[in-house]
Design a protein around this ligand. Structure first.
Ligand code: FPP
Ligand code: MG
Length: 298
């Protein structure tokens, strides 16, 4: 079924009748297509479902193109990012093309679905802005971090699940909670993997988040757990390029204080809630997607 979504995106790109865009699209890694999977598992594979899934993946792809420019990221899913290959200007414009074509197509689906998705895109843009602003200082406030990841990552998964439910006439509330929990947990795990995975497996440099100024949940918990002198040391390492010794110190402190497990368990709780919700609806395929997320190692 995901194949139908790939074909639909290719067809939307073909519609644009532009050789350069076609070439650039081929350079983009496909990714897990998690949002499309959710929509298809909830709503089947009618034409409007496939179109919605295609549009959501185009919007998501656009947001990652912009995000890699914002984050100065030169790899995406172990491949060179578009900004690394062709520069920021091309990456931004390719993002704009994917995004605006996606929005154009969204208008042909249904007003309710269009509202849900477009509101999520506002949220994800607000979330990304918050992420950028937060990285200018050492954020120690967990609730601000949680709100930011909800907006940046979970809002589009929540809306994707809700759109799927709307398209097939299911009650959207349980599905939206499921999507929200999955999205928050996904970003929490992504942020944990930035610390625990080696750069090769991760497909991007490890501890990149902290070097970029992002104090993700394990850093917030670590800061809470450290003595005052060590708090100052952690602060002094924030938002700068780290030596091997400095990286090792951070990782060792995280091990000693158990903050990775603490963060991971919180993600797991959200996933468990998502699984129970879907079990109650008899949606075993959706429960399985949630289970796979918590077992993900990269
Ligand atoms: C990845 O976060 C970024 C997002 C999930 C959202 C990015 C959103 C925007 C750039 C604004 C919206 C723009 C458009 C065109 C719709 P991350 O940097 O923490 O994750 P990563 O490790 O995957 O880079
Ligand atoms: Mg990024």
């Amino acid at each position: 079924m995901l194949n139908a979504v790939e074909r639909k995106i290719e067809q939307f790109i073909e519609d644009l009748n532009d050789k350069e865009v076609k070439k650039l699209y081929k350079k983009l890694p496909k990714g897990k297509r998690l949002r499309a999977k959710l929509i298809l598992k909830i709503a089947g594979s009618s034409l409007s479902v496939v179109k919605t899934a295609a549009v959501v993946e185009m919007i998501h792809g656009a947001s990652l193109l912009h995000d890699d420019v914002i984050d100065d990221a030169y790899t995406r899913r172990s491949k060179p990012s578009l900004n690394a290959l062709y520069g920021n200007k091309t990456a931004i414009m390719m993002g704009d093309i994917l995004y605006s074509k996606g929005f154009f197509e969204l208008n042909n689906i249904s007003a309710d679905v269009a509202k849900l998705i477009s509101n999520a895109v506002v949220q994800l843009s607000l979330g990304e802005l918050k992420d950028v602003s937060l990285s200018k200082r050492f954020n120690t406030d967990k609730s601000i971090y949680m709100e930011m990841i909800y907006q940046k990552t979970a809002s589009l998964m929540e809306a994707s699940a809700g759109a799927g439910a709307l398209l097939i006439g299911k009650d959207k509330n349980a599905y939206m909670t499921y999507g929200r929990n999955l999205g928050i947990a996904f970003q929490m795990i992504d942020d944990i993997l930035d610390i625990t995975m080696d750069s090769e497996t991760l497909g991007k440099p490890a501890l990149h988040d902290f070097e970029e100024g992002k104090t993700t949940l394990p850093y917030i918990y670590l800061y809470e757990a450290l003595e005052s002198e060590e708090k100052s040391r952690l602060r002094s390492l924030h938002a700068k390029s780290l030596s091997k010794d400095e990286q090792d110190w951070i990782k060792e402190k995280m091990n000693q204080t158990g903050v990775i497990d603490k963060s991971y368990n919180e993600a797991k709780e959200l996933i468990e809630e998502a699984i129970s919700l879907m079990n109650a609806q008899g949606e075993s395929a959706l429960s399985d997607i949630a289970k796979a997320m918590i077992e993900r190692s990269f």
